[in-house]
Design a protein around this ligand. Structure first.
Ligand code: ADP
Length: 469
């Protein structure tokens, strides 16, 4: 089967969060199944090209339509950890992908609309005939209406919604710029790119069964949830996996010490290293970690409360948080300043892959108190690294963490609720070591690899190929 992913992220060279991990893991899972897999990505100026092997120009001057003009693109190809990747290097006058970041520009809608159309032009002009085009989130949702209206030869389209919060909403004139006549995308006075993806694709998935149920049973009057209810016959939740080679405490190149479930002593060394790195006191208390984007969805107030409660109980807390919302960033800057220097906590307001790996390896507990969570990968990574996740019972967190078995969970998004949950975890760590060790063992033995989800996607892809148009 020939499967092409068109996406805005690919770990580890273009990653903001779980979307990048997901494309990486899913593509690699299929690479092992004798399929032809390709990921198409913008050639951002921020790409970590040291992760790309055999990078070369495949095609010069590939034209792509935008606002009545035809801008040219250079098509690059390379391999990322065994995945064939095609990069669209756009020579548009706005320098769409030379902005020093992946998202967060006022013209993000134009940027990704341009990229999506260019990706389809590349497939069409190269006379490609993929079986499946897998698109992800609002960034590449336009591929679904574009394929149905302009490139019908290009194959079946499946859309995965990684997070319904982000929809690609903007002014209707974008459609004229991209050359698409699709009134179906209108949502009130504006257009909604995710809406177009849902209507025109052949199948829609989201990243966990519980999140799928939550969306379908939404009672807030959300128009996209209503739309998904209308299209529920082609919608399902498939839990994400994590790449078990990339996330492996036995071989992780970011760690200087390795371990596994049978010989967990390397974890102690990782704790020592983390404490040294962040000037934390070297003492035998629980290390609580949090690796996250600092946005409202992730429960920033609950993260703060977890930090306060950990310190009250005599534990230590390490946060690696990347800021994406000004307001949330300010709150954490203030918190960092107020706390001053302490030997019991570290607040790192940055994105750092190496630090993230070390925190997963060193932590006893990883907190993930999301207000909502489509899937969540950090709880699964935590378990793989022998840290017990402490999560709010929602979305994919509810599908992967069983309270008292492989982690801890709480329901109410309140300071009291998370504090009580932390107290329970702290008590087990402190005075029921046998139970703690059993839970860690259980967590490390869980299989959150892509094996099962990839099989589900394979069944879905096959069912689409059997569908008569
Ligand atoms: P989301 O995609 O909503 O951000 P997920 O839990 O699905 O959340 O995936 C988060 C991914 O991004 C994980 O691989 C996590 O390790 C990584 N990550 C999040 N924040 C940071 C950070 N500040 N530094 C390094 N890695 C991060």
């Amino acid at each position: 089967m020939e499967i092409v992913h068109i996406a805005a992220e690919l770990a580890p060279l273009a990653k903001v969060g779980g979307l990048g991990d997901c494309i990486y893991g899913l593509a690699r899972a299929f690479k092992d199944k004798d399929n032809k897999i390709e990921v198409i990505l913008p050639k951002y100026d921020t790409l970590n090209l040291s992760e790309v092997e055999n990078l070369h120009v495949f095609l010069n001057d590939l034209p792509s339509p935008f606002e009545g003009e035809r801008y040219v693109n250079t098509i690059w190809k390379g391999q990322v950890h065994g995945i064939a990747v095609t990069f669209i290097d756009s020579h548009d006058p706005y320098h769409f992908f030379k902005r020093g970041k992946i998202y967060g520009c006022p013209d993000d809608l134009e940027r990704f609309a341009y990229f999506t159309r260019a990706a389809l032009e590349y497939l069409q002009q190269c006379k490609r005939d993929p079986d499946i085009i897998h698109i992800h989130d609002w960034h590449t949702s336009l591929a679904a209406p574009l394929i149905k209206k302009h490139y019908p030869r290009l194959g079946k389209v499946i859309l995965t919604i990684h997070n319904m919060l982000y929809r690609g909403v903007g002014p209707a004139h974008l459609l004229r710029k991209i050359g698409l006549d699709a009134p179906e995308l209108k949502d009130g006075a504006q257009i909604n790119l995710l809406r177009g993806g849902i209507i025109f694709c052949d199948a829609v998935t989201t990243v966990s069964p519980t999140y799928a149920k939550e969306i379908l049973s939404d009672t807030t009057g959300d128009t996209l949830c209503a739309l998904l209810r209308e299209y529920r016959f082609k919608f399902k939740g498939v839990i994400n996996g994590i790449d078990y080679e990339y996330w492996n405490p036995q071989t992780d190149p970011y760690l200087s010490t390795h371990y596994n479930a049978k010989q967990p002593s390397g974890k102690k060394k990782a704790q020592k290293e983390l404490r040294e790195l962040f000037s934390l006191q070297d003492k035998a208390v629980p290390l609580v970690g949090c690796v996250t984007r600092l946005v409202a969805q992730k429960g920033p107030e609950l993260i703060k409360q977890a930090l306060f409660r950990t310190l009250e109980r005599g534990g230590q807390f390490v946060l690696i948080g990347s800021a994406h919302e000004e307001e949330t960033e300010k709150r954490f800057q203030t918190l960092k300043q107020t706390m001053g220097t302490t030997a019991q906590a570290h607040i790192g307001l940055t994105y750092d892959e190496k630090w993230a790996h070390l925190v997963f390896a060193a932590a006893d507990i990883m907190v993930v108190p999301s207000i909502f969570e489509p899937c969540g990968l950090t709880q699964m990574i935590a378990m793989r690294y022998g840290a017990l996740p402490l999560v709010r019972h929602t979305g994919g967190l509810a599908d992967t963490v069983a309270d008292g078995i492989n982690g801890f969970s709480f329901l109410d998004p309140t300071a009291e609720s998370i504090s009580k949950c932390l107290d329970r975890a702290y008590d087990v760590w402190e005075s029921k070591r046998e139970i703690w060790d059993k839970m860690v063992d259980k967590a490390m033995q869980e299989d959150f690899s892509w094996k099962v989800p990839a099989q589900e996607y394979l069944v879905l892809y096959n069912s689409l190929l059997k569908t008569v148009v």
